[in-house]
Ligand binder design. Structure first.
Ligand code: FAD
Length: 377
């Protein structure tokens, strides 16, 4: 199988890269082992303020609407965090204050949203909170298996019965100026959260639950659908295990599922994520990149990898694959001619691309530009 570009990793970075290349008329394949950081996504794209125009276009065409306002967003424990460019259903506040009185509504049998902790956090900041639990018979079915009582399964039911839920919440509202709900609405798109906001008599704020994140899974599904609609090949559940490299050029990739078939391409993009996604691994002696054996920025002395205080910034989180200015990955000090690295596999080695989701999107678009520029030369 031969493509213009093979991308390893189907998270935010790999999908952004794949969509942009497909739009530019290039044939691509994405190999992805499965879970990625979007499954834990807060809905805010760190280190991005205004969406770069290309990002707004790419995401808009996928059905993902974004907004940005200077401010903070409400966290699950009732604290606030500076907000960045966010999905449409994430609320911003100009400062860490959300009003005088809050009604927090959760659902009986659902244990992945901590209403009491949220209320405690908000009360410390002078917000009077009242917690109410809705008892929905529709959730009884799901309760039969504990794995079904997770945010994504609940959202499937909620998106079906949201009008009934809104009716029950409306009956609970007294004089509150804020209604807080768990983020278990809007799995397919944001139409349900937006309609809920329009239907209730106070400002509605959706707050994160334990993973999987409903806004994150939605973002992943919409980007993947857009990629496939543009003709991209998404190899779900496969894993790049090895590569054929000759004189600084990658010729093909070996994967777990394709037996003796290799994925050939003119270009390869490593978007395999950081430690969390196994794009980077470690043993007692060094930190390494497992598919190509690329050079990884790291302290030589193992005891310098981490700070003994757990909550301190951890040095190893900044480690990543080394690249040249054009994001070619380095191996034994030399740039690989047709292998680019992007997203969180870079760690903090390329601060000019930002961090978090900002790094994933900006570096993906930079790699696409580089591929197109090299082809045109
Ligand atoms: C738990 C968590 C929550 C986060 N939340 C936020 C947030 O709310 N906002 C924010 O801005 N940033 C957040 N981040 C930072 C996050 O890293 C970026 O936002 C971004 O989503 C990373 O995208 P990525 O595509 O580079 O990597 P990933 O999302 O990690 O995706 C890499 C993908 O590559 C796959 N892969 C790895 N090795 C192989 C292989 N050999 N073959 C095939 N596939 C492979 C992995 O399975 C994974 O699917 C979070 C990070 C983590 C770890």
């Amino acid at each position: 199988m031969k493509f213009n570009t093979v991308i390893i990793g189907g998270g935010l970075c790999g999908l952004t890269c794949g969509i942009a290349l497909q739009k530019a008329g290039r044939s691509t394949a994405i190999i992805s082992t499965g879970q990625n950081a979007l499954h834990f996504f807060s809905g805010s794209f760190e280190s991005l303020t205004e969406a770069p125009a290309r990002m707004a276009d790419l995401f808009g065409e996928a059905g993902i609407r974004l907004h940005y306002r200077e401010g903070v967003r409400l966290m699950p424990l009732g604290t606030f965090r500076p907000a960045a460019l966010s999905l449409e259903d994430i609320s911003f506040f100009p400062k860490p204050k959300i009003g005088e009185k809050a009604l927090i509504v959760s659902f009986k049998r659902y244990h992945d949203f901590f209403a009491a902790f949220l209320a405690d956090g908000l009360e410390k900041q002078g917000v009077a909170c009242r917690i109410e639990w809705l008892d929905l018979p529709e959730l009884e079915q799901l309760e039969k298996s504990p794995s079904e009582m997770r945010s994504v399964q609940i959202a499937r039911t909620m998106d079906r019965i949201w009008e009934k839920v809104v009716g029950e919440i409306r009956a609970l509202v007294q004089d509150e100026d804020i209604i807080i709900l768990p983020q278990v609405f809007g799995l397919k798109d944001t139409s349900v959260p937006i309609r809920i906001r329009e239907s209730l008599p106070a400002q509605v704020v959706f707050v994160g639950t334990l993973p999987p994140s409903v806004p994150g899974i939605r973002t992943q599904m919409l980007l993947k659908r857009r990629y496939e609609l543009l003709g991209g090949t998404y190899l779900t559940g496969d894993e790049a295990t090895d590569a054929h490299v000759h004189e600084g050029r990658v010729h093909s990739i070996v994967t777990k599922n394709l037996d003796n078939h290799f994925l050939e391409a003119d270009n390869f993009v490593l978007a395999s994520g950081g430690f969390f996604s196994k794009g980077l691994k470690s043993n007692p002696f060094h930190i390494f990149e497992p598919v190509f054996g690329l050079d990884v920025e790291q302290a030589e002395n193992r005891s310098d990898w981490y700070h003994p205080q757990f909550m301190h910034d951890q040095p190893y989180m900044a480690y990543g694959v080394k690249t040249d200015a054009a994001l070619h990955a380095l191996r034994e000090g030399a740039p690989m001619q047709n292998l680019y690295a992007a997203g969180s596999v870079l760690g903090a080695t390329r601060p000019e691309f930002g961090s978090g989701a900002g790094l994933a999107v900006r570096s993906a678009l930079a790699v696409v530009d580089q591929i197109l520029k090299t082809e045109a030369e």
